[in-house]
Ligand binder design. Structure first.
Ligand code: AMP
Length: 304
């Protein structure tokens, strides 16, 4: 099975109460691809970077067996840079700058070898571009999609058109409310199901995630961690774990979607334990399944 990931490839400068990372490899496509690479192969990235993109970052991604044929390098341009600062409450972060650089005119081109990708994860790019990506792919088995407030506010109609052609929308609670124009998150998720997707996953940071389909509601807790160093990319790592698990198991039943949410939560929990991508380096299958079992233990109780 193959997974195609489209989205930002960035150099992030991140400040948290526990430290700082400067010009570290980041971007939504990178976090999704690295997390997904533990579960499915090949993983392919479509994104754009500038001539300043470090060769170590390329080597790192190749080392994770990620196919970079779709990574466009604009030699005379600069890579997208994002700066964020987290508060003492790590759920709150300020974006210090967003220098789009070459990402501003990103026009995803799908190499012929990627046209037959089975699973697709669309990062939070312009919904018009998300549709253009799908037009270039031959009937994928599953399309997972992310978005953000910027597009909900500025390109609502285009976003509705994207929702008609995707299978799973993964968003946070504020985005769910914004899309559905409904304050209650469960009602919002149900309303989004009527717009097209067969499943909606609402991420609630340290409070876990909610999965809603026409026939089921399921929640997982956030994994209780004593040390969170850097929440950057948690949502994208979640998406990578989620879609990676579905690609690995090739089972889109409600029961298996639940397990995909658990695997998404597992990858997100590893991601935030260390700075930038360090938490997603060198994981083993045993570590992933041990943590998935921990999730099971944390949520199970008897005697009712
Ligand atoms: P998350 O913590 O899940 O929101 O993901 C953070 C990642 O998204 C960082 O690595 C950033 O480089 C990237 N990012 C931040 N702002 C944007 C944006 N406007 N468009 C695309 N990617 C972004």
């Amino acid at each position: 099975m193959s997974l195609l990931v489209v989205g930002s490839v960035a150099l992030d400068t991140i400040d948290t109460p526990l430290g700082r990372a400067e010009n570290a490899l980041g971007g939504s496509a990178v976090y999704v691809a690295v997390a997904g690479s533990y579960l499915v192969s090949p993983v392919r990235i479509v994104g754009v970077v500038g001539g300043d993109f470090p060769s170590e970052a390329i080597e790192f991604l190749r080392g994770m067996s990620i196919d970079l044929e779709g990574l466009e390098i604009v030699r005379d341009g600069k890579t997208f840079r994002w700066g964020g600062k987290y508060h003492h409450d790590l759920n709150v972060r300020d974006t210090l700058y967003t220098d789009l650089n070459v990402f501003e005119h990103f026009d995803p081109k799908i190499p012929p070898a990627y046209r037959k990708s089975d699973y697709v994860c669309l990062g939070n790019i312009d919904p018009v571009l998300q549709q253009r990506v799908l037009q270039q792919i031959d009937s994928p088995k599953l399309v997972v999609c992310d978005t953000m407030n910027f597009w909900i506010e500025r390109k609502y109609q285009d976003l509705l058109n994207t929702l008609r052609v995707i299978d799973v929308l993964i968003i946070n609670d504020e985005e769910a409310r914004g899309i559905a124009r409904e304050t209650n998150v469960l009602k919002a998720a149900r309303c989004i199901l009527d717009m097209g997707p067969r499943a909606v996953v609402v991420k609630k940071g340290e409070h876990g995630a909610l999965l809603v389909t026409k026939t089921m509601v399921f929640t997982t807790p956030g994994y209780p961690l004593e040390e969170v160093h850097d929440p950057t990319g948690a949502g994208d790592a979640f998406a990578g774990g989620f879609v990676g698990y579905l690609a690995k198991t090739e089972d889109l039943s409600d029961e298996n979607l639940k397990l995909a949410v658990v695997y998404g939560s597992v990858l997100a929990s590893f991601c935030i334990e260390k700075f930038s991508l360090a938490g997603l380096e060198g994981l083993t299958e045993g570590q992933l399944s041990a943590r998935a079992k921990e999730f099971q233990r944390l949520s199970r109780f008897d005697g009712v």
